[in-house]
Each structure stands twice: as C-alpha cells, then as structure tokens.
Design a protein around this ligand. Structure first.
Ligand SMILES: Cc1cc2nc3c(=O)[nH]c(=O)nc-3n(C[C@H](O)[C@H](O)[C@H](O)COP(=O)(O)O)c2cc1C
Length: 378
C-alpha cells in the first residue's frame, strides 16, 4: 500500500437521536434514544477509547447545533477529534475563524471542519438564505477565502460579491489550523473543493462511480497547484459472520414503512443536491437489488437522506471493502451504524483491529483491542 497514506476511520454523533431502526427524511429519532449530552457522551467516549480518529457531527434543523454539542463533550474525551459541520451562509467567515481558533485552544487542537454549502432550498430558507444552488457555491468560495485569510499572519482584506471585510484576523494561537472537509457532487462544488479544501467527501457510491469523481477532482486540484485527500461517508453493519450482517439488513428493511419510502423518494425527486440525486438513483425506491456493489447495501437510502449506503459483512469482509475503497483513493472513512453506540463497538473491536493488523490504519494505538478470532481458532 506504499502509494497511499494510511487510513483514518471516523465515527458519527447522532445529534438528531438514535435507535435501532433507520429513520426517514424529515423525521428525527428523538423519541427513542434522545441526543442528550449523557448519551452522546457515551458514544464519544466509546469512539475515543476504540481508536476512531474523530466524529462527524452534522448540521441542520433536524439535529442539535454541532459547535455547542461538540464543545460540551471536550471534557469527556481525551484524543478524539470533532469534525464539526456548519453552513457558511449562516455565519460570518471571520466569526467562524474565531470560533475555530477558540475551539482549538479549548480542545488542545482537536477540531476538524466540515463545510456544508446546502442542497435543499426549504432548509436554506429557514435560515434566511434565498440564493440558488450555484450562487451558494460562489458564496462558499468567497467564505473560504476570507476564513483562511483571517487565519493568516496578517490582517486580511477582501471584497467580493458576498463578503467585504477589512482587517479580518483572529487573536491568539491557532494550533493546528483545522483541516477543511467538504462535500458536494455538483460541478461548482468540485471547483470550490479544488481551490480550497483539504478533504473532499463523498457519500458511498459504487467504486466505479467514485473513481470517476476522484480523478476529476484530483485533476481540478492539480490545475490549481493543490493536492487533496478523499473521504467517504458510509453506514456499516459489521458482525462476526456475513449471515448475521445480512440478516440485519432484512430486519431493517422489514421496519421501513412503504409510506416512508414513498415520502423519501418524493423528497429526493425535488432536491437540488446533486449528491442526493446520485444517492437516490442507486436504488430508485426499489426494495430489490439493494446490493449495488459487492458488500455495499443501498437500503438505508430508501428512507434516509444523505448517506444512504452501507458496508455489510463479517468483520473481515468489511475490512476488505474498506481496503478496496482505499485502493481507489480514499484515505478517510466516516462510518456510522444503528444504534451508534453498539455499532461503534462492533466496528471498533471487530474491524479496526483487522485494519491495524494489515498495517492500514493511521496512528499507533498500542492499547487498542486485538483482532477478535472465533474461540476455536485461538
Ligand atoms: C459526507 C457529507 C456530509 C454532509 N453533511 C451535511 C450536513 O451535515 N448537513 C447538510 O445539510 N448537508 C450535508 N451534506 C451535503 C453537502 O454538503 C452539500 O451541501 C449538498 O450535497 C449539495 O451539494 P451538491 O449539489 O453539490 O451535491 C454533506 C455531504 C457529504 C458528502
């Protein structure tokens, strides 16, 4: 694996609530396991203990605010990073630069940022944002120029179509400058990624679909004299055996109300998000043929917006699929599963040790769990 840097595996904080079913678009899971600080703290501590690199924390009206939630969990964790999602349109870039600098000082440098431009007009309008899809990316482009300018050594002046700032800066140390993560599958999204970000994120499409995008974004970045890392966001069902993992897909599918599937497909037909359109096209609302590529199940996306596919299999098989995606260019994996606490342990004790044993995992965690083997093999 000499040509690729080692893998970083992140987990996810379910700040809209958690449960052991897949919850449909526009609904939250708050009535089951509420996203209390105590419960999210359990997930963060498990991720910290198991050796996950960080936890993605989403942004949207359906979930808790990511900045406040993650800041409240700093004291409960020691090394875990927080990948905080936020929308440029709702905050001044200089204020975001200051929030990031404060977070780095409070956390000992554990902030990562996920810049979310926004793909749903209804959601944007709730925040007073009336720009169209491509204008939003133009604003994100300017936002990132100001954000990075404010983090620079000298006060930063900028005049664009969306921002005009004079002397933007942050006081105090910023150590390290947080890596910028960014998702968006449309052409303007790719152009912004190529110019500004450190990690370009995709929801889990098939390897063939991903390769094409990686090559295009890599070439765009190279034309800007830059290199990017690539990250993929996937759900996961990892079990001791393949049979047990696939049985779990049947259980999840049986729990999906056909009306919820129809409502989600209706919403996907209206979305402005190219990434969401690509996710929805993987299954088209059909409940047969959900294994869209070996070990990649699209059933989550029947009712769930955003990441709609998951890796399914034995611990060994899930590690193999991660290795396949690594081989085509992904260095960062953001995983989640239902419920997030139990599935963190499945992946942390079942899959991460295999990746570690294969020498694929970033970081040297001597205290991490050893590979689980069937009793007869030990
Ligand atoms: C890994 C990943 C995580 C994302 N997280 C969020 C989120 O928390 N909230 C949100 O509103 N959109 C989120 N998005 C959506 C995108 O940031 C983007 O705004 C949307 O897909 C529209 O872009 P597009 O039309 O270029 O695909 C995420 C996308 C990806 C790939």
């Amino acid at each position: 694996m000499a040509e690729h840097p080692p893998i970083k595996v992140h987990w996810f904080l379910p700040t809209s609530g958690d449960g052991n079913e897949v919850v449909g678009v526009g609904r939250s899971d708050r009535d089951r396991r509420k996203p209390t600080r105590a419960y999210l703290g359990q997930i963060a501590r498990a991720a910290d203990h198991l050796g996950f690199e960080g936890v993605l924390t989403p942004t949207g009206t359906w979930c808790e605010d990511a900045w406040l939630t993650t800041a409240s969990l700093l004291g409960e964790t020691e090394r875990l990073k927080f990948l905080v999602a936020f929308r440029p349109g709702s905050v001044s870039p200089t204020l975001a630069a200051q929030q990031a600098a404060t977070f780095q000082r409070l956390s000992g440098g554990r902030l990562l940022l996920n810049v979310v431009t926004g793909g749903d007009a209804d959601e944007q309008r709730r925040f007073g944002d009336w720009l169209d899809h491509d204008q939003r990316y133009e604003r994100t482009d300017e936002f990132l120029a100001v954000l990075k300018g404010a983090w620079g050594k000298k006060p930063f002046d900028f005049e664009g179509n969306h921002y005009r700032v004079q002397g933007a800066t942050v006081s105090g140390r910023l150590d390290p400058v947080p890596d910028l993560y960014f998702g968006g599958a449309s052409a303007p999204a790719e152009a912004v990624a190529a110019r500004h970000v450190d990690v370009y994120l995709m929801w889990g499409e098939t390897p063939e679909m991903c390769v094409e995008r990686i090559e295009r974004v890599r070439a765009l970045a190279a034309a800007n004299g830059r290199t990017l890392r690539f990250g993929i966001r996937l759900l996961v069902i990892a079990r001791p055996t393949s049979e047990a993992a696939w049985a779990e897909t049947e259980r999840l599918l049986a729990g999906m109300d056909p009306k919820a599937i129809a409502a989600a497909q209706d919403q996907f037909r209206r979305t402005q998000s190219v990434g969401q359109q690509r996710m929805a096209a993987l299954h088209g609302g059909r409940t047969d043929r959900l294994e869209v590529s070996p070990g990649l199940w699209a059933g989550f996306g029947l009712v769930r917006g955003g990441a709609g596919t998951g890796l399914v299999g034995s611990y060994e098989e899930v590690a193999d699929r991660i290795e396949d995606f690594h081989r085509i260019g992904f260095d960062e994996f953001i995983l989640s599963g239902h419920p997030h606490l139990e599935e963190a342990w499945q992946v942390g004790e079942g899959v991460l040790p295999i990746l570690r044993e294969r020498g694929l995992l970033a970081g040297d965690d001597a205290a991490a769990p050893a590979v689980l083997r069937p009793a007869s093999a030990s």
